[in-house]
Structure formats: C-alpha cells, structure tokens
Design a protein around this ligand. Sequence first.
Ligand SMILES: C[S@@+](CC[C@H](N)C(=O)[O-])C[C@H]1O[C@@H](n2cnc3c(N)ncnc32)[C@H](O)[C@@H]1O
Length: 218
Amino acid sequence: MKMRKIRAPSKTRGWDDYARRHKVSPASRWILEGLKRITPALGAPRVAVDLGCGTGGGALALQAGGFEVHGVDISRLALSFARNRLREQEKRANRAGFSLPTVKLHRCGLAKFEIPHCGLLVAIRSLGFLRRPELMRLLQLPRKVAPGGVTVLHFFEPQDDWALAGLVRALSRSEIPKALRRFRVLKLEERRYRGCTAAGVLKSWHEFFVIAQRTQRS
Ligand SMILES: C[S@@+](CC[C@H](N)C(=O)[O-])C[C@H]1O[C@@H](n2cnc3c(N)ncnc32)[C@H](O)[C@@H]1O
C-alpha cells in the first residue's frame, strides 16, 4: 500500500484548503469552557482575542458570550467565511431586537499581530505553526491579558507526528507552566490518539489543551 506523506498545512494556500473543509466548524469546546471560567467581578475587559480564528466558530461564540472580539488569521478565505457567519449571527440578533459586540477580523501573521489588552485570549491549534522564537515571544502574555483574565491554548506535544517530523513547534508538559508565567493553570488536558488530518491522512496526535488564569499580581 502506498503511504501518503504526513504534511502539516502550510502557507496561505494550505490554510485556504483547510478553510474550505471547515467552513462551518463550531467553536472548540475549550473556548466554551474558557468563557465559563471568566469571573466578571475580577474586572478584566470584555475583549477577546482569537489567534488563528479560522472560519470564525470561536469568534461567533465569543461574540455571543458578550465579548468584543479580535479574530486574527493569515487565510483570506477563512476570514471571508468567518465574516459571512458573523453577519448572519448579527442579523439574527438584530431581528430579535438586540445588538452584539463588535468583531474585528485581522488578516495578519500571528508573529506580527499587536495583541490588544484583553480579558480572554484563545489560540486553538494555531501556535504550533509559528517558528520557535515567534512562539516564545508570543507567549509573553502577561503584558496582554489583564489580571483575572483567562487564556485557552493548544500546544503540540514533542511526540506528536507533526512535531517529530519538524512540521510544528511543540512544548512538553513541564514547559507549559514555565511558558505561562504569571498565570495559574486551571486545567491541562493531554490527548493522544490516532486520527486523520484535515487532508485525510492518518497520524498520531499528541496535544495539550490548557486553560489558565492571569494572576492578580502585576
Ligand atoms: C488548524 S486551524 C485552527 C482554526 C481554529 N482555531 C479552530 O480551532 O477551528 C489553524 C488556523 O491558524 C491559521 N494560521 C496558521 N498559521 C498562521 C500564522 N502564522 N498567522 C496567522 N494565522 C495562522 C490558519 O490559517 C488556520 O485558520
């Protein structure tokens, strides 16, 4: 049997293909859980940032959860699908007689994006595609996430097939709390399974989902 080579989606064209396959993806359950972990009394701004927002499933949930949202992605196509979905949600809200907070979609590389001060920052299956120095720079989050704010992040583990092939950047379990200085890890789930990529290739996935809260100390 001929083996198909494991490839991570890369550059804009690969991500456009990914967007076509995930045109109506729902929000990750991790984003929904992150929303539940917000404590309004702590006063973090109702501003959310979704890094690598794709076709907008997360942005829709964050907007519906009462957050002004900044969605960032490199794929023009993903952002146009996201824009259409958001427009539909806003129309439905208007028809029901209420308005939703604004969503700004930014077409930008994550390494270049100036993250605004926020109360919720999410990045699901996007950080691993940065280069290592870019990833470590981006993880200087205390300057961006307000005290009391929450972050929901995904990392590849070094034994993930893509990480072993050098296609994504990974963090080990012990590196995660160190990378998230001035955050308290509320939940860290490790997942290992065999499953298909968006392109239909079977691989071993090994990943972490993390929910962490910015501590009150400055
Ligand atoms: C695997 S998808 C995940 C999408 C979404 N977060 C989700 O969970 O459904 C990764 C997303 O990150 C975007 N992306 C990848 N590398 C990027 C980069 N360097 N800058 C901005 N966006 C990037 C891709 O276009 C894609 O939409």
